[in-house]
Design a protein around this ligand. Structure first.
Ligand SMILES: Nc1ncnc2c1ncn2[C@@H]1O[C@H](COP(=O)(O)OP(=O)(O)OP(=O)(O)O)[C@@H](O)[C@H]1O
Ligand SMILES: [Mg+2]
Length: 234
C-alpha cells in the first residue's frame, strides 16, 4: 500500500532521518516505534507533504506520492491523525467529524461514516454536541481517530495516539485499531508505547536516532530484551 525507500530528512545540518526504508502492505497494522526525537513524526510529515526531504522515494498505491499535491492525498485514500490530534476545540464532536470528510458531498456516505465511528466509539454518539475542548484527553483522542476515519481512507496513519492517556484508554484505542483492521483498513501506527504496539501490530520497525535498528514481528520483539532495553527503555 505504502512504501518508503531510502528516506533522508535534514533540518539544516541536522540529520533527523537517515536512509529509512519500510513497507506497509495492504490489510496489515505496521508500527514504527522509537523514543522521543527518533524522527518518527518527521517521517509522518514527509508522507503528508508537510516536510520536504533530501532524498528517497515514497510510493502510495504503486505511484510516486510526490506527484499528488499534499491536500489531494486524502482524496486518494491517505489519512493522517497527527501527533497532538489537530482538533478544533471550539467546535462540537460532530462538527469535527464532518471536517474530516470535507471532500465528500454524498450525504448517504457521510451518514454511514458517522455511524461507523459511533459504533467504534459509542461515547462520541452520546457526546456529539459537546465542544471538543471540554472533553477528556482520552475522549479527544477518540475524536481524533474518528476524524481520521471520516475520509474513508485506505491507509490511516496514527502519530502517537497513546500520548498522555491512561492504560485503560490506550487499551480502547488498541481495540479500535484491531477492529479497523478487521474492516480491511491498513494502519501505520507510530508510537512510543511498546505494550500497545506489540499487542496490535503485525510487524514493528524500531527507529532510533533517525535509523531503523530492528524490524520484526510483535512476539519476536517482545522476546528481545536487548532491543527493548536499548531502544525502548522498557
Ligand atoms: N522543524 C524542525 N527544525 C529543526 N529540527 C527539527 C524540526 N523538526 C524536528 N526536528 C528535530 O528532528 C528530530 C526528530 O524529530 P521528530 O519530531 O521527528 O521526532 P519524534 O520521533 O516524532 O519524537 P517524539 O516522540 O518526541 O514526537 C528531533 O531532534 C527534532 O528536534
Ligand atoms: Mg513525534
Amino acid at each position: 500500500m505504502l512504501e518508503i525507500q531510502n528516506l533522508t530528512i535534514r533540518y539544516g545540518n541536522f540529520l533527523a532521518v537517515n536512509n529509512v526504508s519500510l513497507c506497509i502492505p495492504k490489510g496489515q497494522i505496521i508500527a514504527l516505534i522509537g523514543p522521543n526525537g527518533a524522527g518518527k513524526s518527521s517521517i509522518v510529515r514527509a508522507i503528508g507533504g508537510l516536510n520536504s526531504f533530501e532524498s528517497g522515494r515514497i510510493t502510495f498505491l504503486n505511484k510516486n506520492l510526490m506527484e499528488t499535491e499534499p491536500h489531494l492525498r486524502i482524496v486518494k485514500g491517505l489519512s493522517i491523525v497527527p501527533e497532538g490530534r489537530g482538533l478544533f476545540s471550539r467546535m462540537s464532536v460532530e462538527e469535527n467529524l464532518l471536517m474530516g470528510s470535507y471532500s465528500f458531498k454524498n450525504k448517504g456516505l457521510l451518514d454511514e461514516l458517522l455511524n461507523r465511528n459511533f459504533e467504534l466509539f459509542p461515547i462520541l454518539k452520546e457526546r456529539r454536541q459537546q465542544l471538543v475542548g471540554t472533553m477528556s484527553g482520552g475522549q479527544q483522542q477518540m475524536v481524533a481517530v474518528a476524524v481520521g476515519l471520516m475520509s474513508n481512507p485506505k491507509l490511516c496513519i496514527f502519530d502517537e495516539p497513546s500520548l498522555g492517556l491512561a492504560p485503560i484508554v490506550i487499551e480502547q484505542i488498541g481495540d479500535a485499531l484491531i477492529s479497523l483492521k478487521k474492516q480491511d483498513l491498513t494502519v501505520f501506527l507510530v508510537e512510543q508505547n511498546a505494550s500497545l504496539t506489540t499487542r496490535v501490530a503485525d510487524l514493528i520497525y524500531v527507529l532510533s536516532a533517525g535509523e531503523i535498528k530492528y524490524c520484526d514481528t510483535s512476539p519476536n520483539l517482545m522476546n528481545n530484551n536487548e532491543v527493548l532495553e536499548t531502544f525502548l527503555s522498557v
